[in-house]
Design a protein around this ligand. Structure first.
Ligand SMILES: [Zn+2]
Length: 88
């Protein structure tokens, strides 16, 4: 409780990269995107939101996909890094 800047949290965004960020082509617009968190990442071009699933969660991902409405895509990430569902 002795932070010199008391206004707001230290918003250090984790650098995307080898430690969790996975790059792939956006299934909606084809642009290169990356996900570094479980959810909340968005395509900067088309605005689709990505939800990430670990390699063991394929079934969960498919269930999630099934209940989504609107446009959606299931992406298998390279190198066995799991799955991403992109949705509007
Ligand atoms: Zn996109």
């Amino acid at each position: 409780m002795s932070a010199p800047l008391g206004d707001g949290p230290p918003d250090a965004a984790p650098a995307p990269g080898e430690d969790g960020g996975v790059r792939f082509a956006c299934p909606q617009c084809g642009g290169e995107v990356s996900v570094s968190q479980v959810q909340g990442d968005r395509c900067p071009q088309c605005g689709f939101e990505f939800k990430r699933f670990s390699p063991g969660e394929q079934r969960t991902a498919q269930d999630y996909l099934a209940v989504l409405t609107g446009e959606k895509h299931l992406v298998t990430l390279p190198e066995g890094k799991g799955f991403v569902i992109a949705h509007e």
